[in-house]
Design a binder for this molecule. Structure first.
Ligand SMILES: [Zn+2]
Length: 232
């Protein structure tokens, strides 16, 4: 599993979080993990879901989430791999069929992760889909004679998906499975794994939902004071 703690402390004054496990992307600086998403009001923000497999869930989803679909063709899956926490330099050859499989796998994984986050039992069809994709050969990395890590040439979309599915097996079958959560904002369905030591991560992003909650709480306090003649 590619776990890396978020760089941003969850609350002001809280100690910076330390990764519990080494990241699988040694070629990338810590600041490179996470994705830049854009809110419905057009503001970009950073979201680090904490694991590679959960990064795929930002590309769309089942049912109502289909309107956020970004995996339309092979180039879109290549672009996602590039934005993901996988080490850079991966240029997989992706077919249209692999993109279709990516969407089906992602939707199953989305529902599986949501079930886990809400303490519901995992559904067999979702587990079977993850296992079926994980059963294929994964991406291969190589060492060069000058000691650099590179991707083996000839990577395919199926290999990419297998690597993501294996990451899901490690996450949902591993010690952090109980730390998979949905953002605490009522109107936000982003899923993440809390890899912080204190385990109090509540928001997808402090920059986005954490900040919105702070603003709301401040407004509620202010209006409560104004409505109470005894206050002040
Ligand atoms: Zn959120």
């Amino acid at each position: 599993m590619s776990v890396r703690a978020t760089e941003t402390p969850e609350e002001p004054g809280e100690e910076a979080q330390e990764p519990l496990r080494p990241a699988t992307a040694p070629g990338k600086a810590a600041a490179d993990t996470g994705l830049t998403l854009v809110s419905h009001d057009g503001k970009p923000y950073r979201f680090d879901p904490g694991a590679l497999c959960l990064e795929l869930l930002t590309t769309g989803g089942p049912g109502a989430f289909a309107r956020h679909e970004v995996l339309h063709g092979p180039a879109d899956l290549v672009a996602w791999a590039d934005r993901s926490r996988l080490p850079g330099g991966l240029r997989p050859t992706v077919t249209a069929a692999e993109v279709e499989r990516a969407r089906a796998f992602r939707d199953a994984l989305f529902l599986l992760a949501a079930d886990r986050a809400h303490g519901r039992p995992l559904r067999p069809e979702h587990v079977e889909e993850v296992n079926a994709v994980a059963a294929g050969p994964p991406l291969v990395s190589q060492l060069t004679s000058d000691g650099a890590r590179v991707w083996a040439p000839g990577a395919t979309g199926a290999q990419l998906l297998s690597t993501v599915a294996r990451d899901a097996v490690d996450l949902f079958g591993g010690p952090h499975a109980g730390r998979v959560r949905e953002c605490g904002a009522r109107d936000c369905y982003l899923l993440f794994v809390d890899t912080s030591r204190p385990g109090r991560r509540h928001w997808c992003s402090m920059e986005r939902c954490g900040n919105r909650a702070k603003v709301r709480a401040h407004r509620a306090r202010t209006s409560a004071r104004e409505g109470d003649p005894g206050a002040g």
